[in-house]
Write a protein that binds this ligand. Structure first.
Ligand code: PLP
Length: 368
């Protein structure tokens, strides 16, 4: 990996291949693979990642919103795309762009049927979301008879899959709850298929579902964070490779005298003489203000430099009193060795949040 000259997110597509192959090795050959590329492929680059997954042989993609699916179609992505959380206002666009909706309530089901009919669709593929305990989106066991009646009497739609989402698949202390979600889902899906008279695909596993509950892989799995290199557990992290590395450079070095302050609100007053480096990355780039005042850190010449004072919009100052370095030297915010997990843990959040926060302003480059 080359030295960067400005703040850069390096996206390693070889690591993506590695993670995809690792996950595939956990699946039966008949289980389909859906790559979750919502939120700019977890803050990296949805188009590059989606195209690469298509090239690797993924069966499906998923995004959260219609707009994200449209961006993939505009870029020439041809895989089927499940939209996990669409709004009816976008259903016409969704159909125009061959995206497939998750239908999670009677309101969205009815509106989708209406619009698909008006657009003279027949057997338009839809995916029915079942709520098995996350209590976020989805139909319940009591709803499925009415849902199947609607599906049977409206030939504008065809139920391609029935799915649910696990609430705590990464937490083995909650395995009883998770196993209950899985068995509830299987039962609801069985009754639903009988009512429908055909068998849609079934899927319930996200990353930690895939890794912790192999008996629940069913017809398809939906992997997000693992594709990007995190397994929500050190046991699995060791087999995965983070695809994104966030790097920057030292813009300027300052010698600070005891008693002087650093940055906005004078949030740090030097207790002794110290040395700081100013780095061109701030909260507008996705490094939240929460990381200020020593909570967050970067690495310079492999040594840890805590953030001094508040995070600014476009920069941070870090404490390099004990680090031998020069202006122009490389700064690692996270990479393979100093992972986004470690930085996230410093403020009690998770890798998902720090990755998806990296803003559009940060230059992307690709290792192919
Ligand atoms: C985001 C999402 C996933 C992916 O979850 P990971 O833990 O990142 O693998 C899967 N399914 C649904 C419904 C999601 O919203």
């Amino acid at each position: 990996m080359s030295k960067v000259l400005e703040t850069t997110l390096e996206i390693d597509l070889k690591a993506l291949t590695h993670n995809f192959n690792y996950l595939k090795s956990k699946l039966r050959p008949t289980t389909k693979f859906l790559g979750v590329v919502k939120a700019f492929a977890y803050g990296s680059d949805a188009v590059e990642v989606a195209k690469h997954l298509q090239h690797l042989g993924a069966d499906y993609l998923a995004v959260a919103y219609v707009k994200e699916g449209v961006a993939l179609r505009d870029a020439g992505v041809t895989l089927p795309i499940l939209v996990l959380h669409p709004q009816p206002v976008n259903f016409k666009t969704l159909i125009d762009r061959c995206l497939e909706p998750s239908l999670y309530s009677f309101k969205v089901l009815n509106e989708f049927i209406e619009i698909s009919k008006n657009l003279n669709q027949s057997n338009y593929p839809v995916h029915i979301k079942i709520n098995t305990g996350l209590n976020r989106l989805g139909f319940t066991a009591d709803d499925i008879e009415a849902v199947s009646d609607k599906a049977k009497t409206n030939e504008s739609i065809k139920i391609k899959s029935v799915f649910s989402h696990l609430a705590a698949s990464e937490d083995l202390n909650e395995s009883e709850f998770t196993l209950n979600q899985i068995s509830q889902f299987k039962l609801i899906a069985k009754n639903f298929s009988e009512l429908l008279g055909y068998q849609p695909w079934l899927h319930i596993c996200n990353t930690s579902g895939v890794l912790n509950y192999p008996e629940a892989h069913l017809d398809m799995v939906r992997c997000g964070i693992s594709l990007y290199g995190f397994g929500n557990n050190p046991k699995y992290d060791q087999y995965l490779k983070p695809i994104a590395s966030l790097k920057s450079v030292i813009s300027q070095i300052h010698l600070i005298k005891k008693g002087e302050s650093i940055g906005y609100n004078r949030a740090l007053v030097a207790e002794n003489d110290m040395k700081t480096a100013t780095i061109p990355i701030g909260h507008a780039d996705g490094l939240s203000r929460i990381y200020g005042k020593g909570k967050g850190f970067v690495f310079i010449n492999d040594q840890k430099a805590p953030i001094a004072g508040n995070v600014c919009m476009d920069m941070i100052m870090v404490d390099i009193t004990h680090i031998n370095c020069d202006e122009g030297d490389e700064v690692i915010v996270f990479d393979n060795n100093h992972t986004a997990n470690d930085l996230a843990a410093s403020t009690g959040t998770i890798s998902y949040e720090i990755l998806t926060a990296i803003s559009n302003r940060v230059k992307r480059c690709y290792i192919k």
